[in-house]
Design a protein around this ligand. Sequence first.
Ligand SMILES: C[S@@+](CC[C@H](N)C(=O)[O-])C[C@H]1O[C@@H](n2cnc3c(N)ncnc32)[C@H](O)[C@@H]1O
Length: 475
Amino acid sequence: MQYTTASTAVLSQPPEFLSTIRHLDKQLHDRFRNRFDIDPTLSRFLVSFQGNKTRPSYRWYKFKEAFSASLVEHLFHKYGINAGRILDPFAGSGTALFAASAMGIDADGIELLPIGREIIAAKQILDAEFTPEDFERLCQWSTLRVWKESQISVPLPELRITQGAYPEKTKKAIEKYIGAYQVENSRVQSILRFALLCVLESISFTRKDGQYLRWDYRSGRTQGKKIFDKGEILEFDQAICEKINEILEDVSPNHQTTLFAAEKLQAQIRLFEGSCLQILPQLPDSTYDAILTSPPYCNRYDYTRTYALELALLGTDEQKLLRFRQEMLSCTVENRPKDLLDINPQWATALAAADEEELLQAILKYLEDQKAQRALNNNGIPRIMKGYFYEMACVIAECARVLKPNALLFMVNDNVRYAGASVSVDMILSDIAEKLGFYVERILVLPNGKGNSSQQMGEYGREALRKGIYIWRKL
Ligand SMILES: C[S@@+](CC[C@H](N)C(=O)[O-])C[C@H]1O[C@@H](n2cnc3c(N)ncnc32)[C@H](O)[C@@H]1O
């Protein structure tokens, strides 16, 4: 299977900017030619959350942007990482941390959003703190449906973008459920709240859909928009009981001991809460034996919108939501530029590495030109691109600093396309990494590149976009 270098696809007379991009892309491709590897063992199943769907404990919360635990095991086995301490600066639901820990490797993670942090905390509680009495109590919650008799209802916290997200009956049931768990001990409360987080989407009128939450026509919120039918909306009682039972099945000492043993944590997990741009500079030099991470992709996906139901439940108010949106790695059109040198004056070298990356600069010029010609569907696009790569340059510089000499960094990421220009995220970041203390060992490419939005394909023709895993060695 061939993958393509950046092209101008079906544009008949490529503007000068696009041919410059194509030329620079080819140059970089020639430089990395013998490092690219189309790896047939890397299926989409392995690299995405699909591989976690049936796996005990990883299956509870469907964190769609996760990679699979099997991918972590595959890479660590293949590259001989079997001891020490690893880091994931974009930890999400903690897949890298839990898979590493089960292999006996200590793991540190950094995560900005409370949803990822809550998933990680719940799994740690179940693994290390839950008592036989707690398991018994959790069983009772599902068999007796404790909330049904509750006299206490706690109003469901909402954000503007989550109002009307549940059928009225479901909302009332959730409020009774929250009211009822207030009287449990803190461990049981955490797991009951976690179970609720796991089912929120399935009992709501919404579906997580890339850049935003999509609303089912039954919500009454879709006036004037295209009709969307998400299919079955689950009843609260059934959904929550099934989820509690699934958790019990995977972890209770009275159930499935062999499965539990297989996923049991062997080594320490530490989670740092906040933005990795703030936290990485505080970590000591030469600490980690490997880094395995998947940052947000440069694709306008807005985690603060798609996870709004969960964030609201976890107490995020409007102001915090806006703050999270700005603190995220820039990948949505709403991100304002961050003052990176103000965060860390040591990042001048990282910013210079991005300034010198010719392909990136050519793409930025092209997008600015398109903006001036009013040809972009959103004028924030050049700002996303710049923010994304400059912030990633700082993250890469920090990763180089905190890794031990010779240690490996693995990064899962996708290439993207904007306004007809393919953006070779893999080669741009790899080029920056080579300026910041890494050697690019391999860029593993999934056998099937994926297309882009239907709108883009209509305008510019279909072109495979590489999805890959970059493997960089700290010099
Ligand atoms: C692709 S997901 C990672 C998924 C993870 N590999 C897993 O298996 O669950 C990217 C994560 O980066 C987080 N993130 C975005 N910006 C961040 C920042 N500045 N600091 C820390 N985490 C951030 C997002 O909230 C999201 O959870």
